[in-house]
Design a protein around this ligand. Structure first.
Ligand SMILES: C[S@@+](CC[C@H](N)C(=O)[O-])C[C@H]1O[C@@H](n2cnc3c(N)ncnc32)[C@H](O)[C@@H]1O
Length: 298
């Protein structure tokens, strides 16, 4: 069977549990957001996890939105920052492969979850790939993030917050490799934070191998045994992170922690997955199922 390379149907909004919409990708066979709530995810796992409310007291904030998609992480960040300090000057770069996604996201009802100001910004970004306002300078770079990130490293762009939101590692391994994280880490300011929804051991060990420290995004409220974290935050300064629990640390000693590799930042997903599988088979570390049994994870 020929693999799908392009979305063959239009982007159809799907309702999530907080009343906001998401899309489903046929190519990656995955929805763009958690079904518990797309908008809620943008605030909790990205804006809040990178401390944007407290950091908005700064006169200037620089943001990097890796996998811009519908623009929700950018939108939640702007709303969070300007709710506290409307004078904060925001500079944003978004990286996105498929320009049809942000375009589809500026049609009703998807766009209507944002304030009128943010709606205008998302429209300008989707239509012109740039938005310039007195307190905002946003640019969307269309293409494979493994290449477009080079533009930012050339500029020596240093982000105070990085939102890292590709499809899951099994569907899109090319954006979760040690080599790509090294490029992304070059764009993180010394005091900055990178946040992602992923709590995968392979992702966490790739972040460590890229020279970053990692912390967890703890669960809020009641949790079941398999819900041990809502994601990962990475930074150069370990002191500003929520430490991993013992079971999360031990997860990093299992086979699940073998990182994805992409030596020249140009391999296909299939090549990266095959390499990863071979490395896992050759490794003598504890199996992930044994770790799960030890910690009573269903
Ligand atoms: C999970 S969605 C991102 C959701 C988005 N942050 C939002 O809030 O709507 C992943 C996005 O990554 C994009 N993508 C996939 N492969 C990419 C690549 N190699 N480079 C850049 N973007 C990519 C997809 O087109 C999709 O929009």
């Amino acid at each position: 069977m020929t693999p799908l390379t392009q979305q063959s149907i239009a982007w159809i909004p799907r309702l999530t549990e907080d009343g906001s919409f998401t899309f489903f990708s046929e190519v990656f066979n995955e929805t763009f957001h958690s079904r518990q709530g797309a908008k809620q995810e943008a605030f909790l796992k990205f804006a809040q996890a990178t401390d944007l409310e407290s950091r908005s007291q700064q006169s200037h904030l620089r943001l990097l939105d890796v996998c811009y998609g519908l623009g929700y992480n950018t939108a939640a960040a702007i709303e969070t920052i300007w709710a506290t300090n409307p004078d904060c000057q925001i500079e944003i770069y978004g990286l996105e492969l498929d320009e049809t996604v942000p375009r589809a996201a500026i049609a009703p009802p998807v766009l209507e979850i944002w304030t009128p100001k943010v709606q205008e910004i998302l429209q300008a970004i989707a239509q012109h790939q740039v938005c310039k306002l007195p307190h905002l300078n946003a640019k969307l770079l269309i293409g494979d993030a493994r290449q477009t990130i080079q533009h930012l490293t050339d500029l020596d762009f240093q982000a105070d917050a990085i939102f890292f939101d590709p499809f899951s590692p099994r569907r899109c391994p090319q954006l979760w490799t040690v080599e790509f994280f090294r490029q992304v880490a070059k764009c993180l300011a010394p005091e900055g934070k990178l946040a992602t929804y992923s709590r995968s051991a392979a992702v966490r060990s790739a972040l460590l191998a890229a020279g970053l420290n990692i912390g967890t995004i703890p669960m809020a409220g009641v949790q079941r045994s398999h819900e041990w974290s809502q994601g990962t935050v990475a930074a150069f300064d370990a002191g500003r992170l929520h430490p991993l629990a013992q079971m999360e640390q031990e997860h990093l000693q299992t086979r699940a922690a073998i990182a994805y590799r992409d030596p020249d930042l140009s391999d296909t997903a299939a090549t990266i997955l095959t390499r990863h599988q071979q490395e896992q088979q050759a490794c003598t570390q504890e199996s992930t199922s044994s770790w799960r049994r030890r910690w009573g994870i269903d």
